[in-house]
Design a protein. Structure first.
Length: 254
């Protein structure tokens, strides 16, 4: 093998070691969603009432709270928090960025923050299979609180000036780690935290479904522009080295 041939092969091998990754976009509709409604019973001079919790498995249609006057200067409350479940089975590449895209259909007296939290109380599969209806009060309380605690992954301020439309809540690095570490279903808590500057008795955010998870992932590996130039040089070198012996013999005969 000639020196020129060897150099051309070295260039070809080197250019194959310089790939770049092209990012790709993936949008996932919610796999499942719902709300847990917790009602704090009114207090009265005759004793406290009984708190109740219910699970609505018909989808995440809204979050919020309502203050319920009970008389005698007391009040109870009704609070609705929600969850989203996404199926990440098909996501195998590293995630570069992620956002949960909410289609806000309406805002009623809200002035506070729409927030996303990690969910750790049960498995996402258990949450997805949870039937609708009344819940054990202690479990309902724990479930409800789980949607509003833990690691906050994203937040968006809501006020009377917020208009209906699609809003993307960018997930934190902790959230990206949750996605990268999941090989199946991933659950997120969705809550509304009032600032108490909104309506006195009711604040609510309504959603149009489905809610989506938007991902930017590392995509297929492709040659970099500089690599393509080196590849061309290598191919030209190989072509020249293959033709050179023929031309040398032709000239010697003449």
């Amino acid at each position: 093998m000639s020196l020129k041939h060897l150099v051309s092969l070295v260039v070809l091998v080197y250019c194959c070691q310089l790939p770049i990754a092209r990012a790709g976009s993936i949008n996932l509709d919610e796999f499942d969603s719902g709300t847990v409604n917790y009602r704090n019973a009114c207090l009265s001079p005759f004793g406290g009432g009984v708190d109740t919790a219910t699970h609505n498995d018909g989808g995440l249609n809204g979050v919020g709270f309502e203050l319920i006057p009970c008389g005698f200067g007391t009040a109870g409350s009704w609070v609705s928090q929600g969850y989203l479940v996404f199926d990440l089975t098909a996501i195998t590449a590293p995630v570069i960025s992620a956002a949960v895209s909410f289609d806000i259909a309406g805002i009623n007296g809200a002035d506070g923050a729409l927030q996303l939290y990690d969910y750790m109380l049960t498995s996402a599969q258990y949450l997805s299979n949870l039937p609708g209806g009344s819940l054990d009060t202690s479990f309902g309380s724990a479930l409800h609180n789980q949607f509003t605690s833990g690691n906050r992954l994203a937040s968006m301020d809501i006020s009377s000036s917020t208009v209906a439309g699609v809003y993307d809540l960018e997930l934190s690095n902790f959230g990206l780690g949750l996605i990268d570490g999941s090989s199946g279903l991933l659950a997120l808590g969705v809550s509304y935290s009032p600032s108490f500057s909104g309506a006195l008795f009711e604040e609510r955010i309504s959603f149009a479904r489905p809610t989506r998870l938007k991902l930017e992932v590392a995509g297929s590996v492709v040659p970099a522009p500089a690599t393509l130039g080196l590849l061309a040089v290598g191919l030209i070198g190989l072509g020249v080295s293959r033709r050179s012996p023929f031309h040398t013999r032709f000239k010697s005969v003449g």
